[in-house]
Ligand binder design. Sequence first.
Ligand code: PCA
Length: 323
Amino acid sequence: MGFWTNFGGALAVALTTAAGAQAETWQMPTPYPDATFHTQNDMDFAKDVAKATDGKLEIKIHSAGSLFKHPEIPRAVRSGQVQIGEFFLSIMNNDNPAFGADSLPFLATSYDQAEKLWTAQKPVIEKLLEKQGMMVLYAVPWPPQGLYTKKPIHSVKDLAGLKFRSYNATLESFAKAAGMAPTQVEVPDIPQAFSTGRVEAMITSPSTGVNSKAWDFLSYYTDIQAWLPKNIVVANKRAFDHLPKDEQKAVLEAAAKAQTRGWEMSKKETVEQTKALAAHGIHVEKPTPELEKGLKEIGAKMLTQWKQKAGAEGAELLKAYQQ
Ligand code: PCA
């Protein structure tokens, strides 16, 4: 870690200027552990790139926040400390609300809607990232987000006072509006946060629930299908431009493949990992109409606030989505 913190920038520059004849390695941090389907998709992407370039471009994945912590990854790519990186798109919501559109509760709740939302979001995101010297390679959604608790939850009232594990500012607002007390916890730290009692409830995918063995500390999964937030993989534009043309093409083709494969993996995960939760003894329940109504009311208020902050760009994005 120290090595990269101190010399990563210089090394990245040296590598990119040496591009052309000899082999090159791109460093790729991701916040998520190896068992995550996103990380597995990234590994396939790296293999495809290595194969298409006869090993001239290697992509080395650093999983579970081992090279850079999650909040530092966008900056690491932007500054060229690494050439490529993956992060949760909506953590950039503070830069611009357009980044957070896919984390708005109940705006897009199915894969079809998520796809439509990404189509509307992508041109805006591309423009914003381009200003920061980054380019979009692929984006893949997590399965629909559901509610994990120790006790059954039948209405928003049942959530009052719960210590809640959050993953971004939007979810923090949602939790607060539902009367809960949110704390930010990255995925690799989830088991410990629950076992030490720092948190007692969370909203996340069946994938992350299974990967963190939710059954060790939780008993109920209420399948609220509230939103499908995305991970995005971005490259440093200068690093990309330094590649020989045929390697650029290999990266873009592998990225397009990774996006298609990732969406399919995500759909499969939704079914399989929800079953896995049940198989490990978690009560998988449908939300009561009362709970759904209460949560959707909070979502509607959050959308109104988002629109106010997101300005003309946000309005354009929503119009494209709702068309
Ligand atoms: N898993 C990640 C992001 C969304 C998800 O399903 C997390 O819990 O942080």
